[in-house]
Design a protein. Structure first.
Length: 330
């Protein structure tokens, strides 16, 4: 028998979670008939949700022994959720997918068909369109992939998602990367392994709203660039060299004009102010890049945990049994 662990990070998914559970159990039930060697577990990660997500997970765990969950003490972010799920998964195969049904469970049989024979270590989906997204958001997303693939030695496929069906060997390799500042899209590519990409059209959420804002995605893209490229440091160095060269040329020109008596000493106040702002801006920009890398190093050296668990289905069910037993005694 082969166990498949379905890892599902959740943040405020009360509206879509029942629909997801119904769909995933339907698909996995059909897969169990087609592939009798497969059994499934569903590991939900409650990332500090402020709605009734945890209550729904408790109810599911009570009624379905295949349902497990890890509830964080606060919101740690999707990256921490995925890491916790991969770490807690017991399966021979591990699936990572979102609860919003934008990662259609219907793809799981096809994904498994690529992985089961050993030809591929991972099967994942790749969006060929960004239907439903704003044009500005789509443009920035494409720009990110272009920049990332030019400045990094790790190739990240445009449109590739976190929806993945992976072997235990690949997941163990991912877990060996215990870094605090995680960027899973880069990590999935960096560990290597043979990956099959399945193209599909973008699917919109059936309910609820996404927790990813434009600013949140922008910060996430910066995390990726800094995690898998040192090019910004080189850019800062090149800007420093360029500005020094320009300043040196201007000094030579000024000296030559003074020696030839061509220096009329014009009113240069606006020019001086512009140059001061220009070079000050370049200095602050370069210092900011250095600061970002230094801050990441600082966080890594603190060795803080990637996530903190507050509750699991085992803890909840154990407490409930104790409470029921205590009530009967009383």
């Amino acid at each position: 028998m082969k166990l498949v662990s379905v890892v599902v990070p959740c943040y405020n998914e009360q509206e879509v979670l029942p629909m997801f559970y119904e769909e995933i159990t339907k698909v996995t039930g059909q897969m169990s008939k087609t592939y009798p060697e497969l059994t499934f577990e569903y590991l939900f990660i409650n990332d500090g949700s402020k709605d009734k997500t945890l209550e729904i997970l408790r109810s599911l765990a009570e009624n379905d022994s295949r349902v497990r969950y890890i509830s964080f003490s606060r919101n740690f972010g999707k990256e921490s959720g995925m890491y916790a799920g991969l770490k807690g998964a017991k399966g021979d195969y591990i699936v990572v997918m979102d609860a919003d049904l934008q990662h259609p469970p219907a793809f799981l049989p096809e994904m498994y068909s690529y992985v089961r024979n050993g030809e591929y270590d991972c099967a994942t989906t790749r969006r060929v369109s960004r239907k439903g997204e704003s044009k500005i958001r789509s443009a920035f997303a494409r720009l990110f992939y272009k920049i990332m693939n030019k400045i990094s030695q790790t190739e990240i496929v445009d449109g590739a998602q976190d929806f993945r069906f992976m072997t235990r060997q690949m997941v163990d390799a991912i877990l060996d990367m215990t870094e605090y500042n995680r960027f899973s899209k880069g990590i999935f590519s960096w560990v290597g392994f043979h990956t099959r990409y399945i193209e599909y059209e973008n699917v919109e959420r059936p309910a609820g709203t996404t927790s990813w804002s434009f600013w949140g995605l922008f910060k996430y893209s910066l995390e990726g660039i800094m995690a898998f490229s040192t090019a910004p440091l080189a850019i800062a160095s090149m800007l420093g060299i360029l500005t020094c060269a320009i300043a040196f040329i201007l000094i030579i020109i000024t000296i030559i004009k003074s020696l030839l008596g061509l220096n009329d000493s014009p009113d240069g106040y606006p020019t001086i102010i512009c140059l001061i702002f220009l070079f000050s801006g370049l200095q602050l920009f370069s210092t900011g890049i250095l600061g970002q890398y230094l801050s990441k190093t600082y966080l890594e050296t603190k060795k803080r945990p990637v996530f903190i668990t507050k509750e699991t289905e085992e803890i909840y069910l154990s407490r409930k049994k104790e409470a029921e037993a205590s009530g009967k005694k009383d």
